[in-house]
Write a protein that binds this ligand. Structure first.
Ligand code: M6R
Length: 347
């Protein structure tokens, strides 16, 4: 079943491009749902783990395209916000398995108060029966405990929904180019493997990014801690000087996510700050950004270049590969990390 791959995790990373393509075929279904959603004054995303990080991307996408105030709430914390729900709120639940207990109980709390929409991978799962509207991600089965290809398809649904609600069809055209770019990015596999070999004994790894890259930083850190057991933290790059900078010392790896766009110059400034404290910078950016390449110790070039708006779909892939090869390099089974289950069915 691993089709020649050593682990499901790496097989599923390689399935990313196709998973996005399959999910794009749901566009008509997404449009049907979008038509039914009228008078939305507030959006509230609710999820756990990786699905929570996809939701965070959703906040940036929805606020940029629609200007609708958007909150993102961890499913396990949702009950404290239930009083703020009303009929003009759309609550979007994201769950790969459709069985996560925290998320299911949040759907039940929201359903008679607000409109509920679930973005789910597993057909016929509990979430699909509890929510008013359902959009499917078409990633196919995901066996590895770490969510990889399903994250890409959750993001695809978010962009399709925001494009449908805002009538911006040009976004769909750009989305159609993403599978090929992800495929190109996977070709960096050997380079990323070498980088992970160099840093596999690190005690702590920091991930930084701004705006659309902030969720990517959080998700990159989650992948690394989950399957390599290295302590990893994701930060909004602008927050560094409000505390975490105290932890940056000689040789600490800082993975910096710096796609071209509005936040690029400021992220570059933050990279200079950590470099000045002796950290090792592993930077992800457009292959055209020579200044980024020069300042970093390791440079992962994204080619062709993708602007920050769609960058979450592409920039996470090298970080998934980085976590995978770090895990394998440390002798861990990436498919079955200790203490974790694929779907968490207790609250
Ligand atoms: O099935 P769900 O999307 O609801 O699962 C949510 C989290 O348990 C899940 O994303 C978890 O964080 C993954 N193991 C992360 O790789």
């Amino acid at each position: 079943e691993k089709s020649g791959y050593d682990h499901f995790t790496i097989k599923e990373i390689h399935e990313g491009p196709n998973a996005i393509r399959e999910t794009l075929r749901e566009l008509n279904e997404v449009k049907k749902v979008a038509k039914k959603l009228k008078n939305i004054k507030r959006i509230c995303f609710v999820a756990c783990g990786t699905s929570y990080h996809a939701s965070l991307v959703g906040k940036y996408v929805f606020e940029k395209l629609l200007g609708i105030p958007t909150d993102v709430i961890l499913a396990s914390e949702f009950k404290y916000s239930v009083k703020t729900l009303d009929k003009n709120t759309l609550v979007i639940f994201i769950t790969q398995s459709g069985e996560t207990a925290d998320t299911i109980s949040a759907i039940r709390m929201a359903k008679n108060k607000s409109k509920t929409l679930a973005i789910v991978n597993v057909v016929g799962s509990t979430a699909t029966r509890e929510a008013e509207y359902v959009i499917y991600t078409r990633a196919g089965p995901e066996i590895g405990v770490a969510a990889t290809k399903t994250y890409l398809t959750q993001l695809t649904c978010i962009y399709m929904l925001a494009a449908s609600l805002s009538g911006k069809d040009e976004i769909i055209d750009s989305l159609k180019k993403i599978p090929e770019i992800v495929k190109n990015t996977i070709k960096l596999e050997n380079k990323i493997k070498k980088i992970s070999e160099k840093y596999k004994d690190a005690h702590d790894v920091f991930f930084i990014g701004r705006g659309f890259s902030y969720p990517t930083a959080l998700e990159g850190a989650l992948k690394l801690k989950e399957i390599s057991y290295i302590h990893a933290e994701g930060y909004a790059a602008g927050e560094l000087k409000h505390g975490p900078l105290a932890l940056i010392e000689e040789n600490v790896p800082v993975v910096s996510i710096a796609p071209p766009g509005e936040s690029y110059d400021k992220t570059l400034g933050n990279i200079e700050e950590v470099k000045a404290r002796g950290s090792k910078v592993i930077a992800l950016g457009s292959k055209n950004n020579k200044d980024l390449k020069e300042i970093s110790d390791e440079f992962i070039p994204i080619d062709p270049s993708v602007d920050e708006f769609l960058s979450p779909l592409v920039y996470i892939v090298p970080l998934q590969l980085f976590a995978y090869y770090t895990s394998v390099g440390r002798g861990i089974d990436p498919d079955k990390p200790r203490n974790l289950a694929k779907s968490v069915t207790v609250e």
